[in-house]
Design a protein around this ligand. Structure first.
Ligand code: EPZ
Length: 419
C-alpha cells in the first residue's frame, strides 16, 4: 500500500485559534524516565505522535504496562522483565537512545543496538557514552550493539560535556538519579525539555537542581516512585504554526504555549515584520504586511535560535522581501528542505553551514518529498502560500512530530487533505 500524501491548495490566509500539543522532545525522555520510577505513572498532555507510540512499544517490550487514554498515558513500571531493546525497535526511533540511561539506572544492565543515523547526518553518541563511563558504566561496543553493565550503585561523578548535547544531558540525568553520590553535569544542555524531564524525575522523588542552566547537579537517591505529570507544550510545533500564519499573511492565536521558552523564535518573526503578542499561555501573531528578510539567523543551543525551527523559518523567508542568511551550527545536514523549496520557485543557495535566501514574489505548487521531520513541515508551510497544488510525500516523517497536521491547518482555513 503506497503511503498517503498531503495535497495543499495554497494562497489562503490562515485565521483562527489552535491549541498546541505536548512537546515530543519532552515526552520521549519522560516516558523513558517512567521506567526508572519503578512505579505507576500518569503522563498528561502526551501528543498522538508515532514517536510516542514507538516509546510505548519499547516500554511494553521491557515489561511495563502502557495504556493511552486520550492525551494521558498510564505506565505501570513495577515489573521490568528485560534490559534489551530489539534492533527493530531501535531503528524505529533514533531518539530511543534516551532509554539507555533509564534502563541502566533501573537494572544496572542494558543492551541495545547503535541508534541508526538519521536524515540530519550521523548522530554520534560519543558524549552520551563518555558521560555514562564516568558514572562507572562499563560499555562494550561491538557489531553495532552496546552492552552496558554497572556494578554496584552510581557513586556520582563530575562530568563536563564537550558540547551541550540534549540527549547526553538527559541520559546522564537518568542514569545518575538513583545512586549514592552527587553527579555534576557541566556544559549541560539548557533546553526547556531538560527542565521538564528534571521536573518529572523530582516528582518521582529524585533530587536534581540546576536544570535549565549549564550546570545540572543530580544527588542520587535510594529509589524513586511513580508520579503524575503534565508535559510542557511543543515550542517547535508552535513555531511551525506561527510560520504558517506569517507566510499566508494571516492571523493566529496559539493556545497552551509557553512564550518564555520561545524568545529567540519570537524575535525572528518580529524581525520579519510580523506582529507577535506573547501572553502568559498564548501567543497572538499576525502578518498583515509583506514580510522582510532577516539579515542573519544563526542556530545555537538554547536559548539561541533552535535548529528545529530553521527549516520552517527558511520556508517563510522564501517569500520575504530581500536577502536572508541562515547559518546552521548544530547539525551538518539540515538544509534538506532547500532543494524541494527551489522546486517550488524559491531562490536558495545552500553551501555547507550557510544558506542564502533571496525572497521571491511567488511560489508555485509542486510535487515535493519530505526528507526529515522539520524539512517536511517546512514544505507544508511553503505549500500554504504557493499558487496551485503542492503535494508532500513521506508523511511518516511529519507524523513523528505533528499530531494530524492537516486537521490542525484545515481548522485554520487551509485547503489541505491527506490522500
Ligand atoms: C535533540 O536531539 C532533539 N531530539 C532534536 O530534535 C534537536 O534538534 C536537538 O536535540 C538539538 O536541539 C529529541 O530531543 C528527541 P544533541 P539530540 O545531542 O539529543 C552532536 C526534532 O526535529 N552530538 O543536542 O540528538 C550531534 O551530532 C529533533 O524534533 C555529538 O557529536 O541532539 C548534533 O550535531 C531533530 N555527540 C549536536 O551534537 C553526541 O554524543 C546536537 O545534538 C551527541 C550529540
Amino acid at each position: 500500500m503506497t503511503e498517503s500524501k498531503l495535497y495543499i491548495e495554497g494562497g489562503r490566509k490562515l485565521r483562527g485559534e489552535i491549541f498546541v500539543h505536548g512537546a515530543k522532545n519532552s515526552v520521549l525522555p519522560v516516558l523513558a524516565a517512567t521506567l526508572l520510577s519503578g512505579g505507576q505513572c500518569r503522563i498528561h498532555n502526551c501528543p498522538a505522535l508515532s514517536d510516542v507510540f514507538s516509546s510505548c512499544r519499547i516500554l511494553r517490550s521491557l515489561g511495563c504496562k502502557c495504556r493511552r487514554d486520550g492525551d494521558t498515558v498510564e505506565i505501570d513500571a513495577r515489573e521490568i522483565s528485560d534490559y534489551e531493546i530489539s534492533e527493530e525497535l531501535m531503528r524505529e526511533m533514533r531518539s530511543s537512545i534516551v532509554f539507555l540511561g533509564a534502563i541502566i539506572g533501573r537494572l544496572r544492565r542494558c543492551r541495545l543496538s547503535f541508534p541508526g543515523g538519521c536524515e540530519l547526518g550521523p548522530r554520534p553518541i560519543d558524549i552520551h557514552l563518555a558521560g555514562l563511563r564516568k558514572l562507572g558504566v562499563k560499555i562494550i561496543e561491538d557489531h553495532g550493539v552496546l552492552d552496558c553493565t554497572l556494578s554496584g550503585t552510581v557513586g556520582g561523578a563530575d562530568i563536563t560535556l564537550n558540547l551541550p548535547s540534549v540527549g547526553a544531558t538527559e541520559n546522564i540525568m537518568l542514569a545518575a538519579a538513583i545512586g549514592s553520590g552527587e553527579t555534576v553535569i557541566r556544559n549541560a544542555a539548557k533546553e526547556p525539555e531538560i527542565a521538564d524531564l528534571a521536573g518529572f524525575l523530582n516528582a518521582c522523588g529524585a533530587d536534581i537542581v540546576g536544570q535549565g542552566t549549564s550546570t545540572v547537579t543530580v544527588r542520587g537517591v535510594e529509589r524513586l516512585h511513580g508520579a503524575e505529570y503534565t508535559v510542557m507544550p511543543d515550542r517547535i510545533v508552535a513555531a511551525t504554526y506561527m510560520g504558517a500564519a506569517a507566510i499566508t499573511g494571516g492571523e493566529l492565536m496559539l493556545r497552551g504555549v509557553r512564550p518564555a521558552d520561545m524568545y529567540s523564535t519570537v524575535a525572528v518573526f518580529e524581525q520579519m515584520g510580523a506582529n507577535v503578542y506573547p501572553y502568559s499561555d498564548r501567543i497572538y501573531i499576525s502578518a498583515k504586511k509583506p514580510l522582510n528578510a532577516v539579515k542573519t539567523i544563526r542556530t545555537m543551543p538554547y536559548p539561541g535560535f533552535p535548529t528545529d525551527c530553521q527549516p520552517i523559518v527558511m520556508a517563510v523567508l522564501t517569500r520575504a522581501r530581500g536577502t536572508s542568511v541562515i547559518v546552521e551550527n548544530i547539525f551538518e545536514n539540515r538544509f534538506r528542505a532547500a532543494p524541494e523549496l527551489v522546486r517550488m520557485g524559491a531562490d536558495i543557495k545552500a553551501e555547507g553551514k550557510v544558506a542564502v535566501i533571496e525572497g521571491v514574489s511567488r511560489l508555485s505548487g509542486a510535487a515535493t518529498v519530505a526528507t526529515d521531520l522539520r524539512a517536511g513541515a517546512a514544505l507544508v508551510v511553503a505549500g500554504l502560500s504557493a499558487e496551485g497544488t503542492t503535494t508532500v510525500s513521506n508523511l511518516h516523517y511529519i507524523d513523528r512530530g505533528y499530531e494530524s497536521i492537516e486537521t490542525a491547518l484545515r481548522g485554520l482555513g487551509a485547503k489541505i487533505k491527506r490522500v
